[in-house]
Design a protein around this ligand. Structure first.
Ligand code: IPE
Ligand code: IPE
Ligand code: MG
Length: 250
């Protein structure tokens, strides 16, 4: 089935005038969505996976080049074992069932985060998804899994220190740009817009370095209810922002 349904034109999601190049999303609120329906939390996570599919479609329709989604944080391992098992199970299922179709729709997949913490089967599926879609150009989809920005920054600092110690880098080469090359987002532009659902207003250790000048949009919708209209609303909010990057407005 194509990712963009034929009836797509019926949905009122006009591409906005100056869309952000890179949109990142903190997909939050699955548990509350389930609780409101007296369902187990896993039902919220399952419905959240459907929202991911809708969001990828919406991003492609809006001609977004880069989409990054926060699916599992390094801190989420602290959740009860049963929930972690449900989440990794859903991830495994998602990788097995969705990647081929994403690939055939021109999506290039990347994963950031500490993938060593997942079992070998998932690690293989992640590597395969990246390899199989490496030639795609329509949408760059990055999924943050077992991701934490502080750990990422620390690893980059260590990598840079090692390179200096080995004589591969001079101390005078240590610029913001060089540092960026040691981050897991090397080659990915900084996010222009970060959306968080569920009404929480925090970054929860997401892209702390890369978010320096991102516009933040917090939406009151719970992630499983997120759809193309919410995506369009976030883009509209972005379009209304004046980005100054520290300079004086003209
Ligand atoms: C987001 O939903 C999914 C993950 C963090 C894995 P939550 O599970 O955090 O849902 P709430 O915040 O408890 O509602
Ligand atoms: C952030 O959500 C992580 C993801 C959406 C994957 P959390 O629900 O884990 O964040 P906190 O604990 O409310 O900050
Ligand atoms: Mg949450």
């Amino acid at each position: 089935m194509p990712l963009i349904p034929a009836e797509a034109h019926l949905i009122n999601t006009e591409p906005c005038a100056a869309p952000p190049r890179h949109v990142a999303i903190i997909m939050d609120g699955n548990g509350r969505w389930a609780a409101a329906r007296h369902l187990p939390r896993v039902a919220g996570h399952r419905e959240g996976a459907r929202a991911v599919r809708r969001t990828i479609e919406a991003a492609m329709r809006q001609k977004i080049d880069w989409l990054t989604i926060y699916a599992f944080s390094s801190e989420n391992w602290r959740r009860p074992a049963g929930e972690v098992l449900d989440l990794t199970g859903l991830l495994r299922q998602y990788l097995r069932t969705e990647i081929a179709e994403l690939g055939s729709n021109g999506v290039r997949m990347r994963f950031i985060g500490d993938r060593d913490r997942f079992d070998e089967g998932i690690q293989k599926d992640l590597a395969k998804a990246e390899a199989d879609t490496a030639g795609n150009k329509r949408l760059n989809l990055t999924v943050a899994l077992s991701y934490g920005a502080r750990a990422e920054i620390l690893a980059a600092a260590r990598g840079m220190a090692d390179a200096v110690a080995a004589g591969k880098l001079a101390r005078s080469d240590l610029t913001e740009e060089t540092f960026g090359r040691f981050l897991s987002t090397d080659g990915i532009p900084d996010p222009d817009l970060i959306i968080r659902t569920s009404g929480e207003q925090r970054l929860s250790n997401f892209l702390l370095w890369q978010a320096a000048y991102a516009e933040l949009v917090f939406l009151d919708v719970l992630w499983p209810d997120f759809d193309a209209q919410h995506f369009a609303a976030a883009l509209a909010a972005f379009a209304g922002r004046e980005r100054r990057f520290g300079a004086r407005p003209a």
